[in-house]
Design a protein around this ligand. Structure first.
Ligand SMILES: [Ca+2]
Length: 508
């Protein structure tokens, strides 16, 4: 699918122009390509530029496109379908690997970026906006009745994520939100704590029937593939209990604030009841917006998964949800939370499985999705958005056979940045060494990073220079550059478990 204005005739003309340019400069003309597509509205587009520049500087070239431009450039009867066509265009023709929905949504296609098509389900008869449809090559309405994602009638047009493209929605509303979030992302990617923070995970659980499966998520799954440490912060037991008094340390909002503020835990799974503005904790303690305001975990932002009902409801008129507050909080909270948009149901394909869940810890669809998310990040080095889509892709067979699992794939979202390395270990910091100055004309630029295999990126906007290379075994990468104008050149080193380092070279 192509943009309308790129008709076949236009494309032929482009090809001809490319050949002429190619012949004239004897330099291959690279097709436009991007790693990240960020969709937002006109009000926020400018504020997102700093985020796009940061991503580009570390090798993830980012295209910002507005909903109103999409509405003009793509031909369909509704905005969701136009956004889907745009996303497919950028995946198929521009090399996009991550899709960021850069804003909150509200009912009836309002808000910064409208939610994906409303899909209807037996357990969600009012329907839920389903962002994963934006990645789909098919339109989720096989019988063409305007009702999307019907388990039986639309099955032929339903394509679930295959894990190759990362998706996330950053539910911001204002320019200030965008600026604060960008600052957190840069801190996460460039100044992530280098001590034991990366390897510590805490499971919280206040729901007795869920204890067994939450234990099993770690004991039977994640601990098998990741060499990190976990602690159980349950109503019934915590590592901080007084001797001989199991459960004496309360899983309260105040203690959860302390846990986050002491900057020791980089990964959290929050299991238990909740509603849009709150996590319900032990006794009558509720973690609400006041507690988010007490968070001062600057620079140590945990990744979070939560099953708690409606905490990830990004499309409500009642705003913000507790997860949205965690994302929007300046210098605190989180940069990516996996959460259900409505009730976080324990999905099973067989009724007897509920008993097995309580007694033996059999994972339901929701807990399994979140467990797989962590496994994909810790074991396969998937980014946040890739990891969730990979978790969903591993449930496709279940979803084709079970209406409950179909809903499970649709209702769990990544709220936050989908491009983030999940930090399975404490990051190394590159020792970035380059020449301080270059001159016009042909240059061979050598970049030393001291980290083998990391990503080295060289970018000079004015001359159209944008090169990415992998550092060799000695942590070095070399580039042959033809520099046409004076000004700054940006050089960076980044990668899996690497704190991004960025420097500038002045060309005179
Ligand atoms: Ca239909």
């Amino acid at each position: 699918m192509y943009k309308l204005r790129k008709s076949v005739g236009f494309k032929s003309l482009m090809l001809l122009t490319s050949i002429i340019i190619f012949t004239a400069c004897n330099n291959p003309v690279k097709p436009e390509s991007y790693k990240v597509l960020l969709i937002t509205n006109n009000d926020l587009a400018e504020a997102w530029q700093a985020y796009a520049d940061w991503k580009k500087s570390i090798g993830k070239s980012t295209k910002i496109i507005t909903v109103s431009d999409i509405s003009k450039d793509y031909n369909a009867t509704n905005i969701q379908e136009k956004i889907r066509l745009c996303v497919r265009d950028y995946i198929e023709n521009y090399g996009v690997k991550w899709v960021v929905l850069g804003g909150d949504s509200q009912p009836n296609d309002k808000g910064v970026v409208p939610g994906g098509h409303i899909t209807v389900h037996q357990q969600e008869p009012k329907g839920i906006p389903t962002d994963i449809i934006y990645l789909s090559p098919t339109n989720w309405d096989a019988d063409n009745d305007g009702i999307y994602g019907e388990f039986k009638d639309d099955q032929e047009a339903i394509t679930y994520p295959d894990g190759s493209i990362g998706l996330g929605r950053i539910p911001v509303r204002t320019r200030e939100d965008v600026i604060a979030f960008t600052e957190k992302v840069i801190a996460y990617e460039a100044n992530y704590p280098t001590g034991s923070f990366a390897s510590n995970m805490v499971y919280t659980c206040t729901d007795q029937p869920a204890y067994a499966k939450v234990r099993n998520s770690w004991d039977g799954y994640l601990s098998k593939v990741w060499n990190g440490n976990s602690k159980r912060f349950f109503s019934s037991e915590t590592p901080w209990d007084e001797e001989g008094k199991l459960g004496s340390y309360e899983l309260s909002a105040e203690n959860l604030v302390s846990l986050i503020n002491n900057k020791t835990t980089s990964k959290m799974h929050i299991h238990g009841h909740g509603h849009l503005p709150a996590w319900l904790l032990e006794g009558k303690s509720t973690f609400i917006g006041d507690h988010v305001q007490q968070l001062n975990n600057e620079g140590a932002y945990p990744l979070i998964t939560t099953v708690s009902c409606n905490t990830g409801e990004y499309d409500s008129d009642k705003d913000p949800s507790i997860v949205e507050q965690m994302i929007r909080k300046p210098k605190g909270g989180s940069v990516a939370v996996v959460a259900p948009i409505r009730t976080g149901k324990p999905h099973f394909s067989d009724r007897n499985d509920f008993k097995l869940m309580v007694l033996e810890g059999k994972l339901d669809g929701t807990t399994h999705t979140m467990t797989r998310y962590w496994m994909a990040g810790m074991n396969d080095n998937a980014t946040t958005g890739e990891a969730l889509m990979k978790a969903k892709s591993e449930m496709i067979a279940d979803a084709k056979n079970s209406e409950a699992y179909h809903l499970c794939i649709c209702e769990i979202n990544l709220l936050g940045d989908p491009t983030l390395d999940m930090r399975s270990a404490a990051p190394k910091t590159p020792k970035l060494e380059v020449e301080k100055q270059l001159t016009l004309g042909k240059n061979k630029l050598e970049v030393s990073t001291a980290i083998s295999g990391c990503t080295v990126c060289v970018w000079k906007e004015n001359d159209g220079i944008y090169e990415i290379a992998k550092a060799d075994d000695t942590g070095k990468a070399a580039f042959n550059l033809e520099i046409a104008s004076a000004g700054d050149m940006v050089v960076s080193a980044s990668g899996i478990n690497v704190n991004s380092a960025v420097t500038k070279i002045y060309v005179k």
